[in-house]
Design a protein. Structure first.
Length: 241
């Protein structure tokens, strides 16, 4: 089976003075996360969708599903973990409860990237099926500078070899379980990205083609841009949902 996993554990601390995490803010007549979940529900290769949400907002997400997705019988909302990778681990526990097949694949996606395309999801499924793990990226358009001391530049990689990571990130479920079990507690504390975890354990992470429109809503300016793309008037706030 192929599972879509929408990761919604963030609290949106960089979004400013909002009373709900950014994934629950309204845009285009519904919460941002609903736009994301709908993309996975309509994709013909996705068998089931699991939303991992911060436990403090579990009931809120359940209420959103009841209001906006009442007929979604291939959707489950579960409590996420303390960080991204532990939330994925919780998702995989749910996958094993539902299926548990050796060839299961999970396509993980940020709850605040509402402009993911069906093609991106399809490409992720294909590449993960063939190679085990993949990350969605776009070529870097700006020069990337690196500083290992946060004071001055210590390296300038070739721009032609640099990319900006997005999501989805997709992998075979059994492979994630193996890699996650091999991580030490110290490693898990510092590694927040699943693909970095695979790389640390010697697994190649293949590239899937993303797009600049697949941006992450992180700051208020991103939210305004998403509202414009979804046909809203800039300035709508969460009290309008």
């Amino acid at each position: 089976m192929v599972f879509g996993a929408v990761l919604a554990g963030g609290k949106g601390s960089r979004m400013g003075n909002y009373t709900v995490p950014k994934q629950f803010l309204p845009a285009g007549g519904k919460p941002i996360i609903v736009h994301v979940v709908e993309k996975f529900l309509v994709h013909p290769e996705i068998d089931y969708v699991i939303v991992g949400v911060n436990p403090e907002w579990l009931q809120h997400m359940t209420d959103i599903v009841e209001k906006y997705l009442p007929d979604a019988d291939r959707l489950t909302v579960i409590a996420g973990g303390a960080d991204r990778n532990s939330t994925i681990a919780n998702v995989i526990e749910e996958i094993n409860r539902i299926s548990g097949n050796d060839d299961d694949i999970v396509v993980t996606h940020d709850a605040v990237r509402p402009f993911v395309t069906l093609k991106m999801i399809s490409d992720n499924i294909r590449i993960a099926s063939e190679h085990g793990v993949c990350d969605t990226v776009v070529p870097a358009t700006d020069t990337i500078v690196y500083s290992d001391n946060h004071e001055f530049i210590t390296d300038v990689p070739l721009r032609s070899n640099t990319y900006q990571g997005q999501t989805p990130q997709s992998f075979k479920v059994r492979l994630f379980e193996k890699v996650y079990s091999e991580m030490t507690e110290a490693e898990l504390k510092i590694v927040t990205d699943a693909c970095k975890m695979f790389m640390m354990k010697g697994y190649p992470v293949y590239l899937a083609e993303g797009h600049v429109s697949n941006f992450k809503i992180t700051y208020p300016e991103d939210y305004k841009m998403a509202q414009i793309f979804l046909g809203d008037n800039v300035g709508v706030n969460e009290n309008d949902q």
